[in-house]
Design a protein around this ligand. Sequence first.
Ligand code: TYC
Length: 97
Amino acid sequence: MGVKEEIKESTTLQEPKKYKVYLLNDDYTTMDFVVDVLCDIFHKSYEEAVNIMLTIHKQGKGLCGVYTYEIAETKVDQVHRLARANQFPLKAVMEEE
Ligand code: TYC
């Protein structure tokens, strides 16, 4: 492969797709548990976590972060495992950006 083609190829590489991860509201998960999830799994500050939790509580869902496919999938799985272990029905979903 010549130098020209190598340069062309490197400049046309696409960024990996990104996925938004949301938490959904429900009537049973405690506010404290959701704040813990936002701090521990999504690395939010306590203040940010409270704001996101209240947005979810009032509007039905809230954005927790934007990640590559594998990381988004792992976050969703971590939320579901932790929620199940604590007997809460908390749900997370991912959506292509
Ligand atoms: N609605 C819940 C309550 O009143 C709190 C809650 C917030 C639950 C956010 C889920 O993703 C959620 N206890």
